[in-house]
Design a protein around this ligand. Structure first.
Ligand SMILES: [Zn+2]
Length: 393
């Protein structure tokens, strides 16, 4: 068991897990993840001189034995085979959903997700020794045992949580990716030792187009150990905060986790091409800050996020918080250069575009909270999951 730090004032060691592999295009060209993500985050952190050699861990690939703790041997073999032959067999496409529009083929279709998974397992080991850890290549929360889902091939989050569970830890999983963390929720649906909390775009209008509803609260043995907060389009900082404040404190206090696993997909940020929320980077990071205030080790993973500049700025901020550094808001010259070098121009006509290269933060606009959010908060107040005594037992 981990000795809980007395409050958030206690400095914990933190480790950042990545590797040179992420320098090359990891997901081919026909893929929304074919943008610099981990490498650009690393460049920003380096520009801030915010990573010591002691804090850096080079990622290793997960072994087949590790992967098959959650995934089927058939599925693992299918990905291996696909990588070796450089093509997807029709039978594998049909059964394992690889080589589809949703989960396209790319060179390294086995190795790259295995490496991301290894990184998240290393992060779990670091958490077991009492550290915070960041595995930015991880966070592939949609993958299921026998198939790929929503750009996710191996579910590193599930495997990392399993490692923490094996050591007897109670794990609170918070998913702030814009999409429902369905694969993780499903894996621990009936485990009273894992609480899954996901705030996401309502599946009535967003992927995965099912589940993630307020009434989905866990399986028969663990009823009340899942909490889903579906949110409307255009959710702002203030609205997100209103809802988050309503659920986070009671969940953290009653569930009493030994560790928090935090999926930090950045597609909830305002300019994300696939997300429909309007969070600012400052608003996003204030959530991470509050998670750290629980005082237990935090295992942060990456996740979605399809705007490379917003993503790297946000994840550099996540690392700053985990490692206990106060990073200046103004980006160092080398960081601006790295962001410019991406050549991202999809939103170059937007008024905020130039600011992305100047500061690492921007702040949300102050709009009034909409009635739809007030209604949601009222429903959360009467929510069974928030009232269950089960988690405290
Ligand atoms: Zn997402």
């Amino acid at each position: 068991m981990i000795e809980a730090a007395a409050g958030s004032g206690v400095a914990r060691r933190a480790v950042f897990i990545a590797g040179p592999h992420y320098r090359r295009p990891s997901y081919g060209s026909n893929h929304p993840l074919a943008i610099p993500r981990v490498s650009l985050t690393f460049d920003l952190i380096e520009a801030y001189e915010a990573l010591t050699p002691e804090e850096y861990i080079r990622s290793r690939p997960a072994s087949v034995a590790e992967l098959t703790r959650f995934h089927t041997r058939d599925y693992v073999n299918a990905l291996k085979r696909t990588e070796a032959f450089g093509r997807v067999r029709a039978a594998d496409r049909a059964r394992h959903e690889i080589g589809t529009l949703e989960n396209p083929y790319f060179p390294g279709i086995y190795y790259t997700p295995a490496l991301a998974t290894g990184g998240s397992l290393q992060a779990a080991d670091a958490v077991l020794s009492g550290s915070h850890a960041f595995s930015p290549a991880g966070g592939m929360h949609h993958a299921v045992p026998d198939a790929a889902r929503g750009f996710c091939y191996f579910n590193d989050v599930v495997l990392a949580i399993m490692r923490l569970r094996d050591a007897g830890l109670r794990v609170l999983y918070l998913d702030i990716d814009a999409h429902h963390g369905d694969g993780v929720e499903q894996a621990f649906w009936d485990d009273v030792g894992v609480f899954t909390l996901s705030l996401h775009m309502d599946t009535a209008y967003a992927y995965p187009f099912k589940g993630g509803r307020l009434q989905d609260q866990g399986g028969p043995k663990a009823l009340g150990c899942a909490l889903n907060v579906p949110l409307p389009r255009e959710t702002s900082d203030r609205e997100y905060r209103e809802v988050f404040d309503h659920v986070w404190q009671p969940v953290a206090e009653r569930f009493r986790p030994d560790a928090v696993v935090l999926q930090t997909g950045t597609d909830a940020l305002f300019g994300d091409p696939l997300g429909r929320f309007r969070l600012s980077t400052a608003g996003f990071l204030s959530i991470v800050e509050q998670v750290m205030a629980v005082g237990v080790p935090v295992l942060a993973t990456g996740g979605g996020g399809y705007h490379p500049l917003l993503l790297a700025r946000a994840w550099a901020g996540v690392w700053g918080l985990l490692s206990g550094r106060t990073l200046p808001v103004a980006l160092p010259e080398a960081a601006s250069r790295a962001l410019r070098a991406v050549g991202w121009d999809e939103d170059e006509d937007e008024p905020y575009y130039e600011d992305l290269f100047r500061d690492r933060l921007e702040y949300g606009e102050e709009r009034p909270v909409r009635p739809v959010i007030r209604e949601l908060v009222a429903m959360l107040s009467g929510h069974a999951a928030l009232k269950r005594r089960l988690w405290a037992s």
